[in-house]
Structures are given as C-alpha cells and as structure tokens.
Design a binder for this molecule. Structure first.
Ligand code: GLP
Length: 240
C-alpha cells in the first residue's frame, strides 16, 4: 500500500488525477471504476482541465460507477448518475453509452444486481477510484457481519444517511436503500486509488488502513489488495 500526501486537497486531487490520466494514456480503452461524493471532485476537475488542454482523450474509455441510490432517477439532482454527468461526463469526450451507473429506478432489484454484476465481470476494472465513508464504507458497503461479495441492495446506516443529508434539503429525503458494487467486485480491480480529505476522515483512515481487517470496517479489506494507493491531504493523514 502506498500513501501519497498532498499539501492540501487541490494537491492531493492532482496526484490522483495524475494516476488516472497515466492509466488512460497507457491504455486508451481502459475501464475506470468511478466514485461519487466530495472527495473525487477535485480529481475530476483536474481531468477536465487536462482534457480541455488537449492532453487527455476519453473517446475509448469506459466507466463503471460504484453505486446509486435506490428510487432516484438519473435526472434527480442527488442521483449519482446526475453527479457523474455534471462533474465529469458532460465535460469530456466520453461516450455516454460506455458509462455505467446502477439504475436507481430498476423495478426488480435482483435483476438489476445481476445485470450490473455482468457489466463489471465482462469488462473488468483497470483502476477503481474510491472515497471513504466515515464508518469505513466503500461504495455503499456498510459495516456488517460479513463482506458482501457482489452487487447488492444495501440498507444505508443512520450514520451514512446523516452524512449524505448535507446534499439534500432534509434528512427525510435521503433514500434509505442503494445499489452498490460488492467487496469482491471492488477487490478484483487491478489497481485501486483511494482519495481522502479533511480532518473528519483522520480517525477512519487510521482504522481502515492500520486496524484489523473486518467487515465491521469494510474498507479494511483494502489492506489485502496488492495495488492500493491512498492519496490524502495533511488533515486526513494527521493520525497516521
Ligand atoms: C457516499 C458514497 C461513497 C463515498 C462516501 C464518502 O456514501 N456512496 O462512495 O466514498 O460517501 O463521501 P465523501 O467523499 O463526500 O466524504
């Protein structure tokens, strides 16, 4: 596991964007596993900037997102599809048909999970980008008694609902369930890049990367992957 410390969020984001752009340059038709949340926004902005300067080409890139709220359409402003469109896809030359996010409005949960799993398995993820929830969740894999392997529906924890309510008008509007890739899906990515920022992530960064590997702290499984780069600002790394 490598730890790359940025001076601040912008610097950390640029480091993450550097790794992603190297992946695209070395393998133009790569499959990127992408994440939402505040943490990757700086990296996405940097990638857009490099694309606009002519340094990056997304025309052959495919993307597979980690998760989506159940019950939200892709047009809903808080959906992860909307997030990805507005924070990255609309600003680069990626083909939308090659960008995958679970369908929050799918009527049959099992079918949607099977469909999404097939998308992941048939393509394979070259580089998976991750943020970290305050309880150690990755994607929406919440603390549990066992690691869930593949794409599944998850009941969000109160902690996660509260943390994510900052983006909704009120807590009651936050969906209670989500589709998420499973831990095995994530662990099968060839390379993993985790972005963390802010002092509020300092404790969980220590627990996830230096504590025991347990499904009670889902991200701790990343200690078992052979190509993980954790990129953070000084605040997020202040306890390690
Ligand atoms: C959400 C997402 C995760 C994300 C996490 C942290 O719950 N499902 O994929 O990593 O929040 O978000 P943030 O980066 O905003 O702290």
């Amino acid at each position: 596991m490598r730890f790359l410390k940025g001076k601040d969020y912008k610097d950390a984001s640029r480091k993450a964007a550097n790794i992603i752009s190297a992946q695209i340059i070395m393998k133009p038709n790569c499959v990127l596993g992408l994440a939402t949340g505040s943490s990757p926004i700086g990296a996405y902005n940097q990638l857009i900037d490099w694309y606009k300067k002519g340094d990056l080409d997304f025309s052959e890139v495919s993307t597979i997102n980690l998760d989506e709220y159940k019950g939200l359409s892709g047009e809903h402003k808080q959906s992860y599809r909307y997030f990805m469109n507005t924070n990255l896809f609309n600003h680069v030359n990626i083909e939308k048909s090659k960008t995958f996010v679970p369908d929050g409005l799918a009527e049959d949960d099992d079918k949607e999970c099977a469909r999404y799993n097939e998308i992941i398995k048939s393509r394979g993820i070259d580089l998976q980008l991750l943020g970290l929830g305050h309880n150690g969740h990755i994607g929406f894999n919440e603390p549990d008694d066992a690691f869930e392997k593949e794409t599944h529906i998850v009941k969000l924890s109160e902690n996660t609902i509260l943390a994510n309510s900052r983006l909704f008008k009120e807590v009651s509007q936050v969906p209670r369930y989500a589709f998420t890739m499973g831990i095995k899906n994530i662990m099968q990515a060839r390379k993993i890049v985790v972005i963390v920022s802010g002092v509020d992530k300092a404790d969980i960064v220590k627990e996830v990367f230096f504590g025991p590997v347990t499904p009670k702290v889902p991200g701790s499984i990343l200690q078992m992957h052979n190509d993980v780069t954790v990129i953070g600002d000084e605040a997020a790394f202040s306890k390690i």
